[in-house]
Design a protein around this ligand. Structure first.
Ligand code: PMP
Length: 282
């Protein structure tokens, strides 16, 4: 199995984490996850633009263009003969003796990427998933895809402890997002999702979903909503690169709607699959 280290294809067994890597010591870095369908990257431009934006917002210099990185990823897909799965990639601020301030003069970032097959298991997509509500205790730059995921991890573990798939986070009663997904509701035939502010990660799947609403005459708005609206919504669904569109059927033990995936969620799942087929072949 091959991986990318600093832009070069190498063997997975050749990579070692340095204990003074700032990603390891501080979570000082950023990452992306890109889906691969039929050997093709899905929405790679959007993901790589977001990677560049994340890097810029933490003043991390990436010594490659988005186009060059896309080339590395395509090469990795080829090497590993990946048909369906994902690519995980991260950049850290590099290896330097532990000190909070950035190394000066600047040092090389450490860039790693690997592939992982995803065997299509549509159980969650078909049946829907159970969730819990939890307070959003994260920092105020959730728009950056940072390696610092402690708030997300603690939220996800709370869900796992409750036998649930995801934790829906709220800040002062306003629903923000899941621990590793965006969350949207449907009320009276209208899709509502938190606007792309500093309080959420502007998910690429979220953007694809909103584009599908627009192109197919499904009313939508990027607008905040409360936990009360969430609990009274006709439908609730998650979106993410790995989960695509996932119906939420339960929140804190209470059924969403009639407790089964609703028609808008089903429609968006279908449109999402069609979009994947359109862009990556089927
Ligand atoms: N919010 C958070 C906190 C996430 O971690 C993710 C995905 N990993 C998302 C939203 C969804 O983003 P995307 O659709 O780009 O995968």
């Amino acid at each position: 199995e091959k991986v990318i280290l600093n832009g070069k294809i190498t063997l997975k067994t050749d990579i070692k984490v340095d204990f003074e890597d700032r990603g390891y010591q501080f979570g000082d870095g950023i990452y992306e996850v890109i889906r691969v369908y039929n050997g093709q990257l899905f929405t790679s431009k959007e993901h790589l633009n977001r990677l560049m934006a994340s890097a810029k917002s933490i003043s991390l210099a990436i010594p490659f263009t988005a186009g060059e990185i896309e080339g590395h990823l395509q090469q990795l897909i080829q090497e590993n003969q990946l048909e369906n799965g994902m690519i995980y990639m991260q950049f850290t601020r590099g290896v330097s003796p532990r000190n909070h301030a950035f190394p000066a003069p600047a040092i090389d970032s450490v860039y790693v990427a690997y592939t992982k097959p995803i065997l299509h298991s549509s159980e969650n997509a078909t049946a829907g998933v159970k969730t819990i509500l939890t307070e959003d205790i994260r920092w105020l730059r959730c728009d950056i895809k940072s390696l610092n995921l402690l708030g997300n991890i603690l939220a996800k573990q709370k869900a796992a402890d409750a036998g649930c798939f995801e934790a829906l986070q709220h800040r002062d009663g306003i629903v923000t997002e899941g621990s590793s997904s965006n969350v949207s509701i449907v009320i009276n035939g209208k899709v509502k999702t938190h606007p792309a502010t500093n309080l959420i990660l502007n998910g690429i799947s979220r953007q694809v979903m909103l584009g599908l609403c627009k192109d197919n005459g499904i009313p939508f708005s990027e607008q905040t909503y409360t936990t009360e609206e969430l609990l009274q919504a006709d439908e609730v669904f998650l979106s993410s690169t790995t989960a695509e569109i996932l119906p939420v059927i339960e929140i804190d033990g209470k059924a969403v709607g009639n407790g089964t995936p609703g028609p808008f969620t089903r429609k968006l799942q279908k449109l999402f699959q069609d979009e994947v087929a359109k862009q990556c072949g089927s």
